[in-house]
Structures are given as C-alpha cells and as structure tokens.
Design a binder for this molecule. Structure first.
Ligand code: C5P
Length: 312
C-alpha cells in the first residue's frame, strides 16, 4: 500500500447520484466536433446510483444492487473510473480506490446511469482527497460526457449546447413514471447517426431547427402531469424506432393501458410512461411486465436531487 493510502487509513466515502429522463429533446444538426446541438429538458429520477470509494492498493470496480449487469465495463471504459482518474490528475493527488457501484438505474437504457456513476464518483473522490473546488468538478463533468453535468446538479433543468450548458427550472409537484426497459440495446451514437440519415432521406424530416421547450417548462412549473403529457417531445423517437421497431409496439401497449403519454427516454430503447398517480403506475406495471420485448419495468418519480454525499 502506498504512503498516501496508509495516511488515509480505511476511510470510505459514499455518494449518490440519480438517473434522468429527457421530457423534451430537440436535436439540431451535427457539429464539427461530431456532437449535435440540442435543447433538452431534464428531470432527475428517483433511481439512485450509490458509489462507495475505499482507498486500496489499486483501482478496481465491483457492482452490486438490483441492476448490476454483466455488460457494464469494469475497466477504464467505466465512467466512474474515468471520473476518479480525471479528478486525481487535475488535483495531482493519486490515491487508488476500490469503487463499489450499487446500481438502480437500468443499464444502457437512455436514463443516464453511467453519467450518474461519474457524478457520484466525482463527489465521493473530491471528499476523499479534500477537494472543494465545485468549478473544477463541473468542468471535469462536462469533459466526461454530455449528460454528466446534469447528473451533478439534478432536479429539473434546460440543457443546451451538447446538453451540458444547464439552466435550472423551478418545477413543482411530483411526476409518476413507469419505465419499460428493452431486451435489446441501442448505441447512442448509432441513434444520432440514424436520425441524421432519416433527415437526409425524407424532406419532411429535414427540419433540424432547434425548438424551444416553453410548453414543457410551463407544465413542469405547474406540476401538472396532464399538461405535461400533451407536450412531451423527443426528436430521437423515429430513429430509435427505425433501429428497433418493437419500441413502437411497447409505446402503443402502454397508451392503450391508460398511460397519459409514452416517450422514448433519451436515445432509447427504454420507453417512459407518464401516469397520473401511483395506482395507475401499478396497473401499468402489471401489463407491461407481460409485454413482448420488455425486459424490466421500473416505477419511479421525478424530480430527484443532484449528486451528494451519503453520510453515515
Ligand atoms: O457525451 P456522451 O459520451 O454521453 O455522448 C455519446 C455519443 O452520443 C457521442 O459520442 C455522440 O455520438 C452522441 N451525442 C451527440 N450529440 C450530443 C450528445 C451525444 O451526437 N449532444
């Protein structure tokens, strides 16, 4: 064990961050850096990723919890590992850590679980090394991925640029969601690529102007699920369905079963159903669990908070 590790003894630090849903996603043209400009309205979901960092001889990742999934990389492709490495580098404090990730956010579903891991790891590692530079954490978050800054701040926010330039929204109330994950997975870059292709092929879909989310913000501010159901929007929907046509059937099943609205979550393939209350959520869960192509059904609420330390 190196000197810095033994100085810290066996101290472990735990932090938590949450998944998200994009209740509005307008995608513009591709930029020179490969990313797309977008306008997004994020709400954090009450599905937590809990990360515990313990000083160790070398960095290693273990997964636990209801959504521990063998497809999650445990090496340097893991965003929590990248977060620790980036902060360690910036702060010039090299303390290897064992990273334990307790997963509640379904993997690879467009709900920002990996980004939440990065945000929680940043907060935990900052505490471990005694770094209180919030601006540094925000800067590293934006470098790690377009959704990591929102995982850090949580709540409700409008994102522009790559989705990482955030303005908080003062939402009210609690929204109830049922999320149906898919037995298949989608690659985010591939969904963006398909969207670009569809826009080239069909004149109707060449509209890559960015739209503003005023109606969505009004519904969120009022805490009104019926109003929100009428204005939920995701430009990625057709591209996700093009790659995985079963998504359209899952959306239709949920609508027929009384969901207020169906929405592809981010780049998919998870479908989010907005429901009026917890009773509707339960009814819909039972139906979706028996629907073809659905892997897992999760009930949750929005908004939740940002990344924070878990004390005790
Ligand atoms: O930033 P992140 O690693 O989450 O993005 C994954 C991929 O999604 C990017 O490499 C890019 O292909 C695509 N993307 C995009 N425009 C955005 C966000 C993501 O094209 N605003």
């Amino acid at each position: 064990m190196n000197a810095e590790v033994s100085q810290l003894g066996a101290r472990s630090v735990t932090a938590r961050a949450y998944g998200k849903i994009n209740v509005f996603l307008s995608v513009g043209p591709q930029r020179a850096d490969g990313y797309h400009d977008l306008v997004s309205v994020f709400q954090s979901l009450d599905l937590a990723e809990t990360i515990t960092l313990s000083p160790a001889a070398e960095t290693a990742v273990t997964l636990t919890g209801p959504r521990a999934d063998t497809t999650v990389p445990l090496d340097s492709r893991n965003l929590a590992v990248q977060a620790v490495a980036a902060l360690s580098e910036a702060a010039e404090t090299h303390i290897p850590v064992a990273i334990m990730i307790d997963k509640q956010v379904p993997v690879a579903g467009g709900m920002g679980g990996g980004s939440a891991d990065a945000a929680a790891a940043l907060v935990a590692y900052a505490e471990l090394i005694g770094c209180d530079d919030a601006e540094l954490l925000a800067r590293i978050a934006a470098e790690l991925g377009a959704d990591v800054p929102f995982a850090l701040t949580g709540g409700t926010a409008i994102g522009t640029g790559r989705g990482d330039e955030l303005v908080p929204v003062a939402g009210s109330g609690t929204f109830h969601w049922v999320l149906a994950t898919s037995v298949e997975s989608l690659s985010t870059p591939e969904v963006y690529r398909t969207l670009d292709e569809l826009r080239c092929e069909t004149s109707a879909a060449t509209d890559d102007t960015l739209h503003d989310p005023d109606d969505v913000v009004t519904a969120l501010t009022a805490g009104d699920p019926h109003a929100l159901a009428g204005v939920l929007h995701n430009d990625m929907t057709d591209a996700a369905i093009e790659l995985l046509p079963g998504i359209a059937d899952v959306m239709e099943s949920g609508r027929q079963a009384g969901a207020l609205a169906a929405l592809v979550s981010g780049s998919g393939p998870t479908v989010g159903f907005l429901v009026a209350d917890p009773t509707h959520a339960l009814d819909l869960t039972v139906l979706l669990e028996a629907t073809r192509g659905v892997r897992d059904v999760v009930r949750t609420t929005a908004p939740a908070g940002g990344a924070h330390l878990v004390i005790g």
